[in-house]
Design a protein around this ligand. Structure first.
Ligand code: F6P
Length: 340
């Protein structure tokens, strides 16, 4: 069998581990792999190259993706969709392995609906893909954010300040939740919960009164009632570029104005997406990459490899794409109960 593999959407640690697993698992069964470059753009534009088992030795622990990525929507119009069909036919692949988040997997489902053979591998630092317990990239990105939070806490303590850390995550608060809980933040703000300014101010005042400083973790996707810096810029799939709203900086301004406590903010942005994957992400990406090859060999067209408990299994793309996976009330209750 001949496989084609692509990585699409925002990159995250673990992509190279997943590519490596696809190539080695395929190779172990006598199959070959080509890589399409820069996500679906490479499919649309017919840009691909073979990936040998030798090439993937040593990439397991590296960040980014050796194949490149983009947020290209390959089915934006009929002419581009036809190029996708023609390029895949010409490449001679039997199965496409699409590694990505909801946009990339949506395109995979579209290709499946148009008669293509494709399996998916979910990844995203946002952890918002349904049908899987966790996505790889999330653990690594959150680990970076926890490190940032702890560094900010050190300097907040020295200067008796309130510091707001803004983290990514789009409209899911998983990264903020994990960071706030693992770093022991005083207040954590996630998009799944209505923003309560009075509560925020009260908690910051209480933290500063009790121990002299405050640490606030805010998800970029929270709605604080003002789209300060946003020019409404959107990516090819129509998603607003949330970092431009600058909610962290705006919160710091409001805290200082309202409480008189000197405040600062930090937006760590894409730092969260680089660097080596954690142990958890290496294992998850490896298992899911190998599982995708097994799904294809088993003829599970239109399926995606997911983590369920301790097992990796295949579920239909529809199950992964029915809605984004958001932070639910039990997590939010737990988070609040730990804020001292
Ligand atoms: O989806 C992953 C993500 O990192 C989001 O958390 C963030 O909002 C977005 O990508 C940023 O996208 P870009 O890299 O295109 O600026």
């Amino acid at each position: 069998m001949k496989f084609g593999v692509l990585t699409g959407g925002g990159d995250c640690p673990g992509l190279n581990a997943a590519i490596r697993a696809v190539v080695l698992r395929a190779g172990a069964g006598g199959d070959t792999v080509i890589g399409f470059l820069d996500g679906w753009r490479g499919v649309r534009d017919g840009v691909s190259r073979p990936i040998s088992t030798g090439e993937v030795q040593g990439i397991l622990g590296t960040g980014g993706t050796i194949l490149g990525s983009s947020r290209t929507n390959p089915f934006a119009n009929a002419e581009e969709a036809e190029r996708v069909r023609a390029n895949i036919a010409e490449s001679g692949i039997d199965y496409l392995v699409a590694i990505g988040g909801d946009d990339t997997l949506n395109a995979a489902r579209e290709w499946f609906r148009r008669g293509g053979r494709v399996v998916g591998v979910p990844k995203t630092m946002d952890n918002d893909v349904n049908g899987t317990d966790w996505t790889f990239g999330f653990d690594s990105a959150s680990t970076v954010a926890v490190d940032a939070a702890e560094r900010l806490r050190d300097t907040a303590r020295s200067h008796h300040r309130a510091i707001v850390l803004e983290v990514m995550g789009r409209h899911a608060g998983w990264v903020a939740l994990a960071t706030g809980m693992a770093a022991g933040g005083d207040v954590t703000l996630v998009p799944e919960e209505r923003y309560d300014e009075a509560r925020l101010m009260a908690r910051v005042r209480a933290a500063v009164d009790t121990r002299g400083f405050a640490l606030v973790v805010a998800s970029e996707g929270i709605d604080i009632g003002v789209a300060r810096g946003s020019a409404g810029a959107r990516d090819e799939f129509g998603h607003e570029l949330l970092r431009e709203r600058g909610v962290g900086a705006e919160l710091a301004r409001r805290i200082e104005k309202e409480t008189g406590i000197e405040s600062r903010s930090a937006q760590i942005g894409h730092i969260q997406r680089g660097g080596p994957p954690t142990l958890f992400d290496r294992l998850l990406a490896t298992r899911l990459g190998a599982q995708a090859v097994d799904l294809a060999r088993a003829g599970k067209n239109g399926h995606v490899a997911v983590l369920r408990g301790e097992s990796v299994v295949g579920v239909p793309l529809d199950a992964a794409l029915r809605s984004p996976k958001l932070v639910g009330p039990p997590w939010i209750d737990l988070m609040h109960s730990l804020e001292t």
